[in-house]
Design a protein around this ligand. Structure first.
Ligand code: ASP
Length: 328
């Protein structure tokens, strides 16, 4: 008989051993010093190549989504071991790829490998397994230290601290202490339709972060590329330079029907087009507001919508819709 949880290992610090750190061979090697883990109701699946999550990419996201599709009916929940660096990107991508999710998909990792003393891995791993097996949460989440977060609202905010993740624009879904307290009123409702997995992502996009003194000459070269979308990282509530050359650049993108998504450089808060004169022009230039979405969610949502071959006009509309709890 199958166990109730499928644990998918993609790599990252959590399962690494040795000096210098490298991926363990298998579940037995990962859990060597922690026999307590052998008693959990877990089946183990290892991706063909375990990667530092700096090497994570849309092809691997689609591969994970395919595994989830294949095994969906066989398990009550899924735990994904992942490097912390890009965990929020993967969680966001999976939240768009996995439609009508009615089971938990919990991503977790650690700042220090499970094999080392004082590691944060054991608590993260056991809690992720317990939540995936005991709580019917229909969401892609990140479990890290004392928090259960909505994946597409999460952000890695610290390179070493054990409280490494945050969800700046949405409350935590669960608090982990002696007890696991889930905030059910914050959790997405159960879908009415059948689980389904999307099979395409298009990553022909760039992230363009503006800064005082930027020379727009360099950016104009983008106009001759085959780019299909831009994430424009702006100041504060979505403000951008009002110089003629910058507005001309945006006008050219509009003419070429290349969607431009306005995402704030701030960790917390929302893009509000028209609040300041410095964002007013963006409205007539058809720049799309990401509102309070994270950069990670904005990038993966754009990849997802472009992957569906949506037209420029459809993307304008679809981007601002709430697809998986990523936007308020
Ligand atoms: N560089 C590692 C990774 O993201 C860091 C970690 O796992 O925490 O794969």
């Amino acid at each position: 008989m199958k166990n109730r949880i499928l644990l998918i290992n993609t790599g990252g610090t959590i399962g690494m051993i040795g000096e210098p750190l490298q991926p363990s061979k298998d579940w037995k090697e990962i859990t060597k010093n922690h026999p307590i883990l052998w008693d959990f109701p877990v089946d183990y699946y290892q991706m063909e190549n375990l990667v530092d999550s700096s090497d994570m990419n849309p092809d691997i996201w689609l591969e994970i989504a395919k595994i989830l599709k294949k095994e969906y009916e066989n398990y009550d929940g899924f735990v994904i071991l992942h490097g912390t660096d890009t965990m929020s990107y993967t969680a966001s991508a999976l939240s768009f790829l996995c439609k009508n999710l009615s089971k938990p998909i919990i991503l977790t990792g650690s700042q220090v490998p499970l094999a080392k003393p004082r590691s944060d891995a054991l608590q993260n791993l056991i809690t992720a397994i317990q939540i995936a097996s005991q709580y019917k949460i229909p969401e892609v989440c990140i479990l890290f230290r004392d928090n259960l977060l909505r994946g597409n609202r999460s952000k890695k905010i610290d390179a070493t601290n054990y409280f490494g993740f945050s969800s700046p624009n949405y409350p935590v879904l669960g608090e982990i202490g002696a007890e696991i307290k889930i905030s059910w009123d914050k959790i997405l409702s159960f879908p009415k339709e059948k689980f389904q997995v999307e099979e395409n992502l298009c990553s022909d996009i760039i992230v363009l972060e503006i800064f005082p003194g930027m020379n727009i000459e360099f950016y104009n070269t983008i106009l001759n590329s085959s780019i299909k979308g831009i994430i424009l990282k702006t100041f504060g509530n979505g403000n951008a330079p009002t110089s003629l050359c910058f507005l001309e650049f945006l006008k050219e993108l509009q003419k070429k029907k290349i969607p431009v998504i306005n995402v704030t450089q701030c960790i917390r808060g929302s893009v509000e087009h028209g609040k300041y004169a410095a964002s007013h022009n963006l409205i007539s230039l058809a720049v799309i507001s990401s509102k309070d979405m994270t950069t990670e969610a904005s990038i993966t949502k754009l990849m997802y919508l472009l992957g569906k071959n949506y037209s420029y006009e459809d993307i304008q509309e679809a981007f601002q819709k709430n697809l998986a709890g990523e936007i308020s």
